[in-house]
Design a protein around this ligand. Structure first.
Ligand SMILES: C[S@@+](CC[C@H](N)C(=O)[O-])C[C@H]1O[C@@H](n2cnc3c(N)ncnc32)[C@H](O)[C@@H]1O
Length: 262
């Protein structure tokens, strides 16, 4: 309706200049989310700044699964860790939907941490979220940047751990669309040779950091579900039980749920 009425409107020279600039950006293959500087994720609007990862619609499904589990777990309060928060989409959507949650979100990219914090403030959710500049290392420990004053993340325990880690195998990264390759941080996408570079440490970290009955939810490449089932069956000492693989909008295996046994 609004667009129809705009048909009659003549643009001012300033508006034309702005429109030209926006078109230039898009012709340079800049994602529209970076051009308009914001994007909706479930029912929240997030500020977006390159090169912080643009949240994808399928990740909304991951949030739905976590919320369903929180609701069926009947907890009075719920402590969640998100590994690789990007713009804060997952943690902030969870906090927005459920006031029982306290979340701690880490990212290896300082710009992602700053953006998550800014988005938390814009949404009035900063009191429920701690953002930490930290990296999950190959040895399954979390290294936080020197200036962070928080409890030792290698001794903390959580009810849920959630992550949309980098999971694209390195050789596939170069085949991605220019919008992604040119503008998004490659660390958000590149999961190493087999795409499991962060997923393997996440499984090991979760084995220590989840409370008994706690759950790990991860977004994955469809090829990873089988590996995760193999991993949990082989390393029985970790007390992890593969629970389920869920499909995305395109019917591809995209999310896994793993339970920490008592
Ligand atoms: C695919 S993006 C997901 C961002 C956000 N959770 C979302 O779904 O929109 C992965 C994020 O993980 C971060 N990351 C990559 N490796 C990491 C690591 N080892 N430790 C912590 N964060 C990591 C990246 O910087 C990036 O922000």
């Amino acid at each position: 309706m609004d667009l129809a009425s705009l048909k009659e409107k003549e643009l001012t020279p300033n508006e034309l200049e702005k429109l030209d600039m926006l078109c230039e950006c898009r012709l340079s293959r800049m994602p529209v989310q970076y051009i308009i500087k914001e994007w909706d994720f479930r029912d929240i609007t997030l500020k977006l700044v390159p090169p912080v990862f643009v949240p994808r619609p399928e990740t909304e499904i991951l949030v739905d699964f976590v919320l369903k589990r929180i609701s069926s777990a009947n907890l009075d309060s719920c402590k969640i860790l998100e590994v690789g928060c990007g713009s804060g989409a997952i943690s902030l959507a969870l906090l927005h939907a459920c006031n029982k949650i306290k979340a701690l979100a880490i990212d290896t990219n300082i710009h992602a941490c700053e953006l998550t914090l800014e988005n938390a403030k814009n949404l009035g959710l900063q009191s429920q979220l701690t953002v930490v500049h930290g990296t999950l290392l190959e040895d399954a420990t979390i290294k936080v940047s020197a200036d962070e004053k928080i409890p030792d993340l290698n001794k903390e325990t959580f009810d849920f751990i959630v992550s949309n880690p980098p999971y694209v195998p390195t050789k596939e990264v170069f085949k991605l669309m220019p919008e992604i390759k040119l503008y998004e941080d490659v660390r958000a996408l590149d999961g190493g040779n087999d795409g499991l570079k962060v997923i393997k440490p996440l499984l090991n970290y979760a084995a220590n950091a989840l409370k008994p009955g706690g759950r790990l939810f991860m977004e994955i490449d469809p090829a990873h579900s089988e590996y995760i089932q193999f991993f949990t069956a082989k390393y029985t000492n970790l007390n992890l039980k593969y629970e389920h693989t869920y499909k995305d909008f395109c019917n591809k295996d995209r999310f896994v749920e793993v339970l920490k046994l008592g």
